[in-house]
Design a protein around this ligand. Structure first.
Ligand code: HEC
Length: 484
């Protein structure tokens, strides 16, 4: 509540983070983490067998990955920082304090990774001269592979932490935070996922890169099939381990995460689609190994599309299931710490919000106060009339054309975390709850929308007094004037 509230009232704030983060993972996992070792292996294989065609193919694939990862890949990486700091500065603020040295290290490794990919690609032709320089070039590929994986390995610690901080809540510290219960299982899942994704992407590129040379095409398909087959069992084990460690409470969210509330009971069908996709991947990879000659071009395309779709879905589900928290057990998705709830629920959130119109709720300012409350308590996940619109949600509960009963709405919001465990409890007091209901009724009536402070401008609450340096001593005549 100490930052002005950025809000996108049509698409919703979650959407912005989700789109950027999912594109980032779709690029980063197959094209960087998985592809760099595959390319290096291909180069090494060509070097060992003396077949130049491997070298040419590896370099062509590298070119595509080089361009995409250093442009769209790197930009979406920065985009995650930008969007998350706009939308949930409290969560980013906490994470950066806990994981400062992890991120610092990650940044160094990232710079190293970019330098290595530049060297690896740009020196490819120059380092063909002697056996020694070729081997050195392959070593660059190896170092690049390790650093690509290294950046992911660090970030996954933070992602795992956000889902389940484990012992950190009792003994805070970087190491306890990093070694959270979901870290290793998630890493064990993402690593082979990236490797298999890379294999399927390499297949896809072969449609364009080895068109005519049938004999080599078969060899290359088989090579990549073996690569995938080596990683698939690990992917399976990683997925099981990871799934097993997801806390019970989050497992309950999976249905809604996969399919939204409206379709939650269809989520089994969607799970089936995931299984079928997995089987399709396994079958095509096996055909690629045994009968590469039979592989039509579309068969190289389909598994790639499936794995990208699965990766996207997996990220979406991961983002969703940690709700109601943004950092498990520590901070709710609305940016309010669990330990601050008792105070806020008794004294009210508006009393402590810096950017609000209203401090003291009266009959006259009730709706405006309700808007402040909605901004603080609901906008991280809901819009007024857009995606996941709060009006539409109440429509579904009480009927679009009916008159809604304010008492029933209050009662619902008070217990919303029980009815729908993916929502945090209402953080304010009863007066604020009334104001929120009045606001929701008004926007239902008027169809009014809510611009974020980035366009509406900021409003600082009246009588905001700087909190920390105020010294209050007993008998201080001014003490009663100090508003927290
Ligand atoms: C952590 C994110 C989050 C926050 C914060 C949040 N909600 Fe929700 N809410 C959701 C999601 C997700 C759904 C279900 C969307 C779907 O799939 O239909 C939902 C559903 C609802 C529903 C419909 C529930 C039902 O049983 O059909 C109502 C009403 C609602 N929210 C009101 C609110 C209000 C009011 C606030 C603020 C006090 C709020 N929510 C805060 C995420 C959130």
């Amino acid at each position: 509540m100490d930052f002005p509230i950025f809000h996108m009232d049509w698409a919703g704030n979650r959407m912005l983070i989700a789109v950027i983060a999912i594109i980032h993972v779709m690029i980063n996992h197959p094209m960087a983490v998985g592809m760099m070792p595959l390319i290096t292996l291909m180069e090494y294989f060509g070097f060992k067998t003396g077949d130049k065609r491997w070298d040419t193919l590896a370099k062509k694939i590298l070119f595509i990955c080089f361009i995409v990862t250093t442009t769209a890949g790197a930009l979406t990486g920065v985009g995650i920082w930008l969007s998350t700091s706009l939308i949930n500065p409290y969560a980013i603020g906490s994470l950066i304090r806990i994981f400062f040295w992890a991120w610092f290290t990650e940044w160094i490794i990232f710079v190293l990774e970019v330098s290595l990919i530049l060297a690896y690609y740009l020196l490819w032709d120059k380092m063909q001269g002697s056996i020694k320089s070729k081997l050195n070039h392959i070593r660059i590929g190896l170092a690049l592979s390790i650093s690509s994986w290294g950046t992911m390995a660090i970030i996954v610690a933070i992602l795992g932490f956000m889902m389940d901080p484990g012992d950190w809540t009792k003994t805070p510290g970087l190491i306890t935070g990093a070694l959270n219960p979901l870290y290793l299982p998630q890493l064990a899942f993402r690593t082979p996922m990236a490797m298999v994704g890379a294999g399927l992407f390499a297949w896809f590129l072969m449609i364009f890169f080895v068109k005519k040379d049938r004999e080599f095409r078969n060899k290359a398909i088989r090579f990549v099939s073996i690569w995938c087959i080596c990683w698939l069992p690990l992917l399976f084990v990683g997925a099981m381990w990871y799934h097993d460690r997801i806390p019970q409470m989050m497992q309950g969210n999976i249905d809604v995460a996969i399919a939204t509330q409206q379709w939650a009971n269809q989520s089994n069908n969607l799970l089936w689609i995931t299984w079928v996709s997995a089987v399709v991947v396994v079958v095509t990879v096996t055909i690629g190994l045994l009968k590469p000659n039979f592989m039509p071009r579309v068969a190289l395309l389909i598994p790639f599309i499936l794995i990208i779709a699965m990766l996207g879905q997996f990220e979406r589900v991961r983002e969703f299931i940690r709700k109601p928290y943004v950092i498990g057990d520590y901070m709710y998705a609305n940016g309010i710490r669990v330990e601050d709830y008792p105070l806020l629920q008794s004294e009210g959130i508006l009393k402590y919000a810096t950017y609000a119109h209203v401090r003291e709720i009266t009959e006259d300012n009730k709706v405006l106060a309700g808007q402040d409350v909605f901004n603080i308590a609901c906008t991280r996940c809901h819009t007024t009339q857009g995606v996941n619109s709060v009006v539409e949600k109440f429509d579904n509960l009480y009927g679009k054309d009916k008159t809604w009963d304010p008492a029933a709405m209050s009662a619902y919001i008070k217990g919303m975390h029980n009815a729908r465990p993916f929502m945090p409890p209402f953080p304010g007091n009863d007066k604020e709850l009334d104001a929120l209901v009045a606001y929701v009724l008004q926007i239902k009536e008027t169809g009014e929308t809510l611009p974020g402070m980035q366009s509406a401008g900021i409003v600082i609450a009246p009588e905001t007094v700087r909190r920390s340096p105020v010294r209050i001593s007993a008998g201080d005549a001014d003490a009663s004037n100090v508003t927290p």
